[in-house]
Design a protein around this ligand. Structure first.
Ligand code: 5GP
Length: 219
């Protein structure tokens, strides 16, 4: 299981779409009480619902994890995730920092990946260019970005989304390396590609220098 987090506007959605394309990775679709954006589709972007139904689902234990963000609920429906995990399918959750921490408690070997915008200016530009957010919402999202980035140490890996294709390829590299490292490598002959993936992924480990990522965002 993989968890992808990062500030709103970091490009998580585009990265996840790129990962799911042409692979049999399952992208979990969350339920939310927030209003749909213009291009968003029911059942693909989110399952849009109201507070009453969301709270009923909480009471029924229907969420794998959930959080309240910007005064709206967001949660991962439990049943589809468990079903795919049982089948051995890779599942990706695109969720916030609190959801990531909850997930790590439930599935300790979940791999947590943080997607970092290249700079605060670029983050603001991306959020504003959506044209769907009010100035208050934009300010709220930018303030939340700071707090999310400050929690980067909870993550296993960080990928800077400067160029989308490169970011997608970095996440694929992490997945490949994790599969190799999670298996028994003893006596196994690794291909050059496998070794390259392990080496590249190790450079994206947050433990290799969280300050490096924090500094790159501030500059
Ligand atoms: P947005 O409104 O921009 O789509 O999402 C706002 C935040 O909610 C993002 O950080 C996103 O990752 C997070 N989010 C989306 N779905 C879920 C979910 O099911 N659980 C949690 N914990 N966070 C979610």
């Amino acid at each position: 299981m993989y968890v992808i987090s990062g500030p709103s506007g970091a490009g998580k959605g585009a990265i996840c779409a790129g990962l799911a394309e042409g692979s049999n990775i399952m992208l979990s679709v969350s339920m939310t009480t927030r209003a749909p954006r213009v291009h968003e589709k029911e059942g693909i972007s989110y399952f849009f619902t109201d507070r009453e139904r969301f709270e009923k689902t909480i009471a029924e234990g229907g969420f794998f994890e959930y959080a309240e963000i910007y005064d709206e609920y967001y949660g991962t429906p439990k049943a589809p995730v468990l079903e795919q995990l049982e089948k051995g399918v890779d599942v990706i959750l695109e969720i916030d920092v609190n959801g990531a921490a909850q997930t790590k408690n439930i599935v300790p070997d979940a791999v947590l990946i943080f997607i970092m915008p290249p700079s605060p200016e670029e983050l603001r530009r991306r959020i504003e260019s959506r044209g769907t957010e009010t100035p208050e919402r934009i300010a709220q999202r930018l303030a939340r970005a700071e707090s999310e980035i400050s929690q980067i140490e909870k993550y296993d890996y960080c990928v800077i989304n400067d160029k989308l294709k490169k970011a997608i390829s970095s996440v694929f590299t992490i997945m490949r390396a994790e599969k190799l490292l999670g298996g028994d490598l003893k006596g196994r002959i690794l291909s050059l590609n496998d070794m390259t993936a392990i080496r590249r992924a190790s450079k994206l480990r947050v433990s290799e220098g969280a300050e490096k990522y924090l500094k790159s965002y501030k500059q």
